[in-house]
Design a protein around this ligand. Structure first.
Ligand SMILES: [Zn+2]
Length: 543
């Protein structure tokens, strides 16, 4: 059974699903796994006939901290200030640092079909919505200290209060401690050396803890979110789910300080990019908004849902991850439409495909049956000059493409062009040399020239129209001339691309105009006019 359906089957009554993110900088593609996982849960609960609400929080009162600097995005003078109070990066029209990065990330939500109700911690605190939680935490400070000690062996001083005042003098929240509470105001100190990554102004004073003057530490913030929205389900990354870790601390605070049962947890694994667990990094394919701009929403959802949440995902946009991701998506789509597929299928293939569709109302049988040209094939065709890609793909389908299929093709062609320009490995790219024989073809040996000439003669007799036929013919002609296949293919690449390697040669030649191929083969064979033939060894055996 699909894990989200399993979870939906285990709960009763109306559900509230929550997730949240600190917009400290460019948000990593891995954070989209959380969004998609929660959306899949929401849909599964709906499908099980229960009411469900999906809320998503922007933790924008969190301070700009060491993590932001590590991503080379932070600003020294702003370290320690709440992200919602910091000016956006240069050139941005957003209202704050938090809104700039949250905005980038949120644009990806609609793309993957997730539509949660958004909330911002800066607003909830300013509206006084969290005043009750602030008061409870201050009054039960001893319980909070005990939970920190018992759950994560973190000992707090007896005068430590679980509150972070936003210093009214320097505006920093990451540098303050509260050491006293008189029932209406707290006494805070803004310390120069509380943390290594920011320096406070050194002042102290009494201030009301309510109405946005202060925030709770993250673990209490989290528990307060659950209580405020009545959250019943929240999955979280495995780094937070460890024993004695953040989630366990918040669970205990929910029970022992605020007095309620925490939501159901579901831990999920990381998404690494090319084997590295980057927190965030723009321009390397690791940013959520970049991948949302590159990949179709269905395929991006599929990337996050094809494995169970406990399975780590590695993603390398500069390798073959993207072509393979499309191939696997196409295979699962065909399976969902009851079409023949090669290889083993995951036991819940139908549910994975259904959950991967951006439109929750789409019919998996109809969507799955649409003709999808392989991504590698499209990435190849868009590089061949003079090819009408839509006609070529229709010929391969053996029937005209319908509107939806033309849409799929156009989308894949756009992805392929961007992938080739920004991410693809060198071997996936090629440039056809149309302006005559490349100079590199001088490196062709006599045997290779003979082979190309023989290929031209064979082509005059029977030119195959598709890639497989071409591929077979190349092998056959090479074998008859006793030329090792690798040398034969290298000859073709040198003659057409001016380099010794390239994409599948059969597909390359099948995509080109027959007359162009014939002329180029003859030219490379040193046999321009056909008049002064250097007697290419005509492959014998056939009349
Ligand atoms: Zn200060």
């Amino acid at each position: 059974m699909f894990w989200a359906d399993e979870l939906a089957g285990a709960v009763s009554g109306p559900q509230v699903v929550n997730d949240s993110k600190t917009p400290s900088g460019t948000i990593h593609v891995g954070a989209l796994r959380g969004v998609v996982i929660h959306d899949a849960i929401v849909r599964a609960v709906q499908a099980a006939g229960r009411e469900v609400r999906f809320v998503y929080g922007i933790d924008d009162l969190d301070p700009m901290d060491a993590q932001t600097l590590a991503a080379r995005e932070g600003r020294l003078e702003d370290m320690g200030k709440p992200l919602a109070h910091i000016a956006p990066p240069a050139g941005s029209t957003a209202s704050s640092w938090a809104e700039h990065f949250a905005g980038q990330f949120l644009a990806a939500f609609a793309h993957v079909g997730a539509h949660p109700e958004l909330y911002r911690m800066s607003r909830l605190y300013a509206e006084g919505a969290f005043d009750g939680f602030v008061r409870a935490a201050l009054e039960r400070a001893a319980d909070v200290r005990r939970v920190y000690l018992e759950v994560s062996r973190s000992r707090k001083a007896d005068d430590w209060f679980p509150l972070q005042v936003i210093c009214p003098h320097c505006g920093k929240v990451g540098t303050t401690v509260v050491d006293s509470w008189n029932g209406s105001e707290v006494h805070y100190r803004c310390e120069r050396d509380l943390v290594a990554w920011a320096h406070g102004c050194g002042r102290d004073g009494w201030i009301s803890p309510f109405g946005g003057n202060a925030k709770l530490p993250w673990n209490l913030d989290w528990a307060a979110q659950w209580r405020h929205f009545g959250v019943t389900i929240e999955a979280c990354g495995k780094d937070l789910s460890t024993a004695g870790g953040s989630r366990e601390r918040s669970d205990a605070l929910a029970r022992q300080v605020f007095g309620f049962e925490p939501p159901i947890n579901l831990a999920y694994e990381f998404v690494t990019v090319a084997g590295r667990k980057m927190k965030s990094s723009a321009g390397t394919g690791a940013a959520a908004h970049e991948m949302a701009e590159l990949l179709p929403g269905d395929v991006l959802r599929f990337m996050m849902l094809r494995h169970r949440p406990r399975h780590a995902i590695d993603f390398d946009p500069s390798g073959d991850t993207i072509p393979r991701l499309f191939d696997e998506y196409d295979r699962i789509a065909r399976a969902a439409a009851r079409l023949e597929v090669r290889g083993e299928l995951p036991p819940d293939a139908d549910a994975i495909f259904r959950a991967s569709l951006v439109d929750p109302g789409a019919d998996p049988l109809i969507e799955g049956a649409r003709y999808r040209p392989s991504f590698s094939r499209v990435a190849f065709l868009v590089q061949v000059p003079g090819v009408d890609v839509a006609n070529r793909v229709a010929a391969e389908k053996g029937a005209p493409l319908d509107d939806a299929e033309r849409g799929i093709l156009a989308e894949r062609a756009a992805v392929a062009r961007r992938w080739l320009a920004d991410y693809a490995p060198a071997e996936a790219r090629f440039a056809m040399r149309e302006d005559g024989l490349p100079s590199e073809a001088r490196a062709l040996s006599a045997e290779q020239r003979l082979f190309l000439g023989a290929l031209a003669i064979r082509l005059e007799r029977d030119g195959p129209s598709e890639g497989d036929g071409w591929q077979a013919m190349i092998f056959d002609v090479a074998q008859q001339g006793s030329l090792p296949a690798a040398r034969a293919f290298a000859a073709i690449y040198l003659a057409f691309l001016g380099r010794p390697s390239g994409p599948r040669a059969g597909w390359l030649l099948a995509s080109l105009e027959r007359e162009f191929v014939l002329a180029r083969l003859r030219e490379a064979a040193g046999w321009d006019s056909g008049a002064d033939v250097v007697a290419p060894a005509t492959p014998g055996g056939q009349p």
